[in-house]
Design a protein around this ligand. Structure first.
Ligand SMILES: C[S@@+](CC[C@H](N)C(=O)[O-])C[C@H]1O[C@@H](n2cnc3c(N)ncnc32)[C@H](O)[C@@H]1O
Length: 246
């Protein structure tokens, strides 16, 4: 997977590619991240990438020329490349979108700054706008890193254990069950005995029930779309009854 990140703050992106799973994937060449400094494509004595908004108002707007020339400078994988603008006005980025993006060969991420990018960039160069949540960041760099991290985890070979992402929250529409490690007793709290039983079927059932319980308590909205087995439905019916009697 190739990511091209267009930004006026390249170090903000590169600094976050040194560590962790994404950093390892980059080092191993499974993920290739190229950072394009939009300022390198700015013209004029000041090489400015922004200007005042037409019509007046506060703040600055990113000029279309440097962004469009930055985009033209990129080697595009024909038919397998997707151009995305990070924007609080975009469609909400979630696990389903991460899976969808993981199937592209190249993802180009444009990071806005100031009041955002000139509307003509959105109208002519962008295939999709993604938001990482209903809040406003100062720039798209953190959002681009969020997208790259979530997508990279889904690429074969990036995670050590090939199966581990399949049990993560959201993968089957539910939140993940609680996790425990050593010590067995921490501040008087014991690890649930079933996890020490060695009985894989019992552990699987306990985890599934905890996953359903957690989702019902914290994100009942997810249950509408979750893939539920008849066993899940009967666990949920029991949990709902328990909650009603509380
Ligand atoms: C200060 S914001 C601009 C907000 C814009 N004036 C508006 O009200 O929609 C600057 C840049 O940060 C990025 N950004 C801010 N919030 C974001 C979010 N929730 N998701 C993705 N990108 C975001 C975008 O690239 C945006 O162009």
């Amino acid at each position: 997977m190739k990511f091209d990140v267009l930004t006026i703050f390249p170090e903000m992106v590169s600094a976050n590619l040194q560590e962790g799973i994404l950093g390892r994937a980059v080092k191993r060449g499974i993920v290739d991240v190229r950072i394009v400094n939009i300022r390198d494509f700015a013209r004029g004595a000041h090489r400015s990438t922004d200007d005042r908004p037409y019509g007046g108002g506060d703040g600055m707007v990113m000029r279309p020329g440097p962004i469009s020339r930055s985009l033209e400078s990129i080697d595009r994988v024909r038919g397998r490349s997707h151009v995305i603008l990070l924007s609080p006005q975009g469609e909400r980025f979630d696990q389903e979108t991460a899976w969808e993006l993981s199937r592209w060969n190249q993802i180009v991420l444009i990071c806005g700054r100031y009041e955002g990018v000139d509307e003509r960039i959105r109208l002519t160069c962008i295939e999709r706008e993604l938001s990482i949540g209903d809040y406003v960041l100062s720039g798209g760099e953190l959002a681009a890193l969020v997208v790259m991290d979530a997508v990279s985890r889904l690429i074969p070979g990036v995670l050590g254990g090939e199966r581990s992402n399949l049990e993560d929250s959201f993968e089957d529409g539910l939140l993940e069950y609680p996790q425990y490690t050593r010590p067995r007793v921490f501040q008087g709290q014991e690890v649930p005995p079933v996890l020490l039983s060695g009985d894989h079927e019992k552990i699987r059932m306990w985890r599934r029930a905890e996953s359903l319980k957690r989702t019902l308590e914290r994100r009942p909205d997810l249950l509408q779309k979750a893939r539920l087995t008849p066993e899940d439905k009967s666990i949920l019916a029991r949990l709902k009854k328990e909650f009603d009697t509380l």
